[in-house]
Design a protein around this ligand. Structure first.
Ligand SMILES: Nc1nc2c(ncn2[C@@H]2O[C@H](COP(=O)(O)OP(=O)(O)OP(=O)(O)O)[C@@H](O)[C@H]2O)c(=O)[nH]1
Length: 299
């Protein structure tokens, strides 16, 4: 197959603009964790679109934003490194929000990555009127010189096929990069940690926006019980008050978090799971390089 195309794409945009949802809709299965609050996606998670004519490997990036904490700076360097390594970029702006400083900041960064074509994606079109969408397309086109501009809705399944076509058209001719059926190359332990973090944030996002990190210390089948997976995980919070919130009265909340996380993990891995979840206070972990390294955010 000489005209087969394969390569990498990344979606970039402010937190909460719908990048993860879009990637999940394109790939057709849940590999990244979505949420209604910013910065759920901290690590690069790939999903793969398999088509008879192409293979599109999507790298999901965390929200690019002005660095405020050390964590923010690392995210930015991770994002910028990602940008120059892919074949095509999707710059996401929601249809239902005015373009702001953050969008302009990112558009500037993208313009600096000269060798990678950028497709502007106006997301969440189901939440906007036709006029709003038309105006947003104009406003976005004034931001930079994009290779294409396309309105989509991940929730409404609108124009996703066309978006895939536009992205694939920018990939090099290449044999497939991954075996058929593979949907993510994210190590299972990281996916498991994300599911636990997601369960822990449920209901307390406003109180603990970015203060929870989860590390899976150990994971493996129990001896003599191939049907049961033992998982030992630590959840880090920044302050004792946050620990109290996560644990809840009489430990009720933590128990509930553990139950929901376990059910999600069992669904993901197709195995019965014993989850040992403990909480530790790691003071100001977002600002401490040593803690960040421990929690998996490498230089
Ligand atoms: N109505 C509607 N909602 C959407 C659409 N896409 C995403 N959303 C919602 O917007 C919110 C944010 O979506 P995410 O996919 O988590 O956004 P993100 O850009 O990946 O966010 P970060 O991980 O913080 O960078 C979620 O509540 C989604 O359900 C869409 O096409 N239509």
């Amino acid at each position: 197959m000489s005209d087969f195309r394969a390569g990498f794409a990344a979606f970039v945009g402010r937190p909460n603009v719908g990048k993860s949802t879009l990637m999940n809709a394109l790939v057709g299965t849940k590999v990244a964790i979505t949420s209604s609050k910013p910065q759920t996606t901290r690590r690069v998670i790939r999903g793969i679109v398999h088509r008879p004519d192409a293979q599109l490997v999507i790298v999901d990036t965390p929200g690019l934003h002005r660095p405020r904490t050390l964590l923010g700076e690392r995210l930015d360097s991770l994002v910028l490194a990602t940008l120059s390594e892919v074949d095509v970029l999707g710059f996401c702006v929601p249809a239902n929000e005015q373009i702001g400083k953050g969008d302009r900041f990112i558009a500037e960064k993208l313009a600096a990555v000269k060798k990678t074509p950028v497709i502007a994606v106006v997301t969440k079109c189901d939440l906007a009127t036709r006029e709003q969408i038309a105006q947003q397309l104009l406003a976005v086109s004034a931001l930079a010189d994009f290779a294409e501009i396309i309105p989509v809705s991940a929730v409404g399944d609108d124009q996703l096929g066309l978006l895939a076509d536009l992205l694939i058209a920018r990939l090099p001719e290449s044999p497939p990069l991954y075996a058929g059926g593979e949907l993510t190359d994210e190590p299972e332990q990281i996916l498991v940690a994300e599911l636990i973090r997601e369960a822990a944030l449920e209901g307390v996002r406003d109180e603990l926006p970015h203060s929870i990190a989860v590390v899976v210390e150990e994971m493996g089948p129990r001896e003599g019980r191939e049907d049961l997976l033992d998982i030992y995980a630590f959840m880090y919070v920044e302050r004792p008050t946050q620990k109290a919130i996560v644990i809840g009265p009489g430990g009720a909340r933590l128990k509930d978090v553990g139950t929901r996380a376990r059910q999600q993990i069992e669904a993901l891995l197709g195995s019965r799971v014993y989850l040992d979840l403990r909480i530790k206070v790691a003071k100001d972990w977002q600002r401490d390089p040593k803690q960040l390294r421990r929690l998996g955010f490498y230089d």
